[in-house]
Ligand binder design. Structure first.
Ligand SMILES: *Cc1c(COP(=O)(O)O)cnc(C)c1O
Length: 704
């Protein structure tokens, strides 16, 4: 893909030049200056637009992609049609169609001259594209170039060089005939093809000329262009002033120079320049009208430069607004609370972090675990909030999770807790992540690539999941010998810190002892240990006295426990997340009628049921079928099977339930509350499981 962003930027400049062409900015300061600017310099604008079209269309023309060319012409025709309508009031006001030959005039305008002075560009472009597409396919690009050149020369003598034509009567007769069809030779036949072809030649060529030389050629040809224009003007040869000989080399070198600048492409800029082109004559009218109304003619009409600036600024502003409105219309996204959503209470999150910090020793910092989309809470937003509230260390499970955070501007230290294959080591380095070394093999693989990264060594103190066994000191030492791995921490994980059973407490204490011994040994070996940490949420709540650098808080940060457990520390956690959905419709179920898949529920007596807009693909466990939701602050029992996108509840006892009512699946509604722990328990699982499975389809609403 070629980088063509500078073309987009120049389109904007070209749009301003077209406005200059129609407002004569320098007229108040001198006629010659204005002639140079508007009748010579500004004449590069339209050829530039044409070259851009040629540049991007060539591929399709060459490949015989008629459908594409046709759809391009259709798009231009549509723009033209809209523009015709847009300017109809001005045409009528100016009495443009009060002539005898109304039909002929109109056809002439429609196909060649444009129904308003600047609109000739659209029929010109369509006609030119058709001519060039036809010729390129019949005779190839090179011969098309020569034919286009001949057409341009014919055009020249009906335009800037018309004075010479007039001296030959037979020639003059030819041009008179041309002018009965089209007011100028500046049209789709004589002027457009050559610039389309120039764009195509540049697309096809490899343009290896160095930038400086190109720029020099441009400056020379551009200076000659100005000279040419001034000369023709002085000799009074011009009938019109759109076409010059030097315009061709000047445009060629300008375009190549722009391509060499590259730059980022912007669809917005492209749209803005097109809209400015279309609307600026209306803006001229409006500026004149407004200036008269507020008595500022002196400023905005009589002073040509101010007039130009006013029109330019308003055209740009209007075009920007139109693109924004258009974008909003096209990007219309449904409101997050329309169907099923998670409400995230960020104040509760901050409170929980403070509470957890409060039970830990002064020196122990929180490492916030935001894996699995921050346990279903939205990783980027949660990470931002925590980072803003002073937490500078995050943990995730996977490389992809880490990347998502970095790409969204999270600057914290990010520790990847899980296994990452060594082949991704450059990504780890690029984003400055810290990777967990899960064992000696892993360390060696990572080291092989000779890319230095930060790592933390995981020690297995009894969980027997990831990590180097705490007793394998030789292996540990070998990990330290991997010269490309910069060890910034050594950590372990507790297997039963949630249990208050005597045996489990003894087991946890043994894990802690092993960890401490390993750390001590490393220190006696003078190996850098870096950050130490072993506690996760339950480690914090049941072993708060431990004096390590970090504690890795996951589930408790979100204000819930894994299940309805007793813990040794008194902290006031506040649930961060609520899950809500809508009532879609209410129905009556008669005795004996069954409902839902499998006819799993049959009504014993007449009842009122409601369809709720959330299902198992949103993360509601399919086996929550015995649970309930809250509607109008009352419990409504789930009945029948939970579906992918919906579930059914009994609302017989609830007054006034109607479509669009809110159903709370987790969270508070009035005096009633459903906790994540209760839902998890009723589904035979833990909250970590329940929350981390919340579906991508949920809307998210953050309360700050
Ligand atoms: C998930 C995870 C945590 C966080 O656990 P919680 O119980 O949710 O606090 C901490 N450490 C490791 C290694 C983990 O995988």
């Amino acid at each position: 893909m070629k980088k063509t962003g500078s073309l987009d930027t120049f389109r904007l400049i070209a749009a301003f030049l077209v406005i200059a062409n129609h407002t004569s900015p320098l007229l108040s300061y001198g006629e010659t200056a204005d002639f140079i600017l508007t009748r010579i310099i500004a004449r590069i604008a339209v050829p530039f637009f044409l070259m851009v079209s040629g540049y991007f269309l060539y591929k399709y023309i060459k490949n015989g992609d008629n459908a594409y060319i046709l759809s391009f012409c259709k798009k231009i025709a549509l723009l033209y049609a809209l523009s015709i309508l847009l300017y109809l009031p001005l045409n009528l006001y100016a009495g443009h169609y009060e002539t005898v030959n109304l039909g002929r005039e109109f056809l002439k305008d429609l196909f060649f001259d444009g129904t308003f002075y600047h609109l000739w560009y659209f029929p010109g472009l369509i006609l030119g594209v058709m001519i060039v597409a036809f010729l390129v396919r019949k005779i190839g690009l090179k011969f098309t170039f020569f034919i286009s050149l001949i057409l341009y020369v014919i055009g020249l003598f009906g335009d800037s060089y018309y004075g010479m034509t007039e001296t030959f009567s037979s020639l003059e007769a030819f041009y008179e005939a041309v002018f009965t069809l089209s007011d100028y030779t500046r049209n789709g036949v004589f002027m457009v093809p050559i610039f389309l072809v120039l764009g195509m030649l540049i697309y096809k060529g490899n343009n290896m000329i160095p930038f400086q030389r190109n720029l020099l050629f441009f400056v020379i040809s551009f200076s000659l262009l100005i000279l040419e224009g001034l000369l023709l003007h002085a000799l009074k040869l011009q009938r019109h002033d759109s076409m010059y000989i030097m315009l061709i080399p000047a445009m060629y070198f300008l375009f190549i120079s722009l391509l060499q600048i590259r730059g980022k492409s912007s669809k917005d800029l492209r749209s803005i320049s097109t809209i400015m082109y279309i609307i600026h004559p209306w803006i001229i009218v409006l500026v004149r009208f407004a200036a008269e109304v507020v008595n500022l003619e002196k400023w905005f009409i009589e002073n040509s430069l101010m007039h130009f600036i006013g029109v330019s600024f308003l055209s740009l502003a209007a075009a920007r607004i139109i693109t924004l409105v258009w974008k909003r219309r096209n990007n219309a996204t449904p409101p997050p609370t329309g169907r099923a959503w998670a409400e995230i209470d960020l104040q509760a999150l901050r409170k929980n972090a403070t509470q957890l910090k409060g039970v830990l020793p002064e020196k122990t910092k929180l490492m916030a675990v935001v894996k699995a989309n921050a346990y279903g809470h939205g990783a980027v937003r949660i990470a931002k909030e925590l980072s803003d509230s002073g937490i500078n260390s995050l943990a995730v499970a996977t490389l992809a999770e880490a990347i998502e955070l970095r790409r969204n501007g999270i600057k914290c230290d990010i520790l990847i807790l899980g296994y990452t294959p060594a082949q991704s080591i450059r990504i780890i380095k690029k984003y400055n992540f810290t990777q967990t070394v899960i064992g000696l093999e892993h360390a060696k693989e990572l080291n092989k690539h000779a890319v230095s990264i930060n790592v933390q060594i995981k020690i297995d103190t009894g969980m027997h999941r990831l990590g180097t066994d705490a007793s394998q000191l030789a292996e540990l030492k070998e990990i330290y010998q991997c010269q490309h791995l910069n060890v910034v921490g050594v950590f372990s994980h507790l297997a039963v810190s949630d249990s208050l059973d005597k045996d489990d407490i003894a087991f946890t204490n043994r894990q802690i002892d092993r960890y401490n011994q390993t750390i001590q040994w490393l220190e006696t070996q003078q190996l850098p240990v870096g950050h130490q940490h072993i506690q996760a949420s339950y480690g914090i709540l049941n072993y708060p006295h431990l004096q390590y650098d970090y504690a890795r808080a996951g589930i408790t940060l979100y204000g819930v426990l894994s299940q309805n457990d007793r813990v040794l520390t008194n902290v006031e956690l506040k649930p961060v997340l609520s899950i809500k959905a809508r009532v879609a419709m209410v129905k009556t179920l008669h005795p004996g009628e069954a409902l839902g898949y499998g006819r799993a529920f049959t009504a014993a007596s007449t009842m009122k049921t409601a369809v709720i807009t959330i299902g198992y693909s949103d993360g509601i466990p399919r086996n929550m079928a015995n649970g309930h939701v809250l509607i109008r602050s009352q419990k409504a029992q789930v009945i029948g099977r939970i579906c992918m996108d919906q579930l059914l509840v009994d609302v017989s006892g609830i007054e006034g339930v109607q479509a669009d009512d809110i159903a709370t699946l987790i969270g508070r509604d009035g005096s009633q509350q459903i906790t994540a722990e209760d839902v998890a328990e009723s589904c035979g699982t833990i909250t970590n499981d329940l929350l981390s499975r919340l579906g991508e389809r949920l809307g998210y609403v953050y309360k700050v």
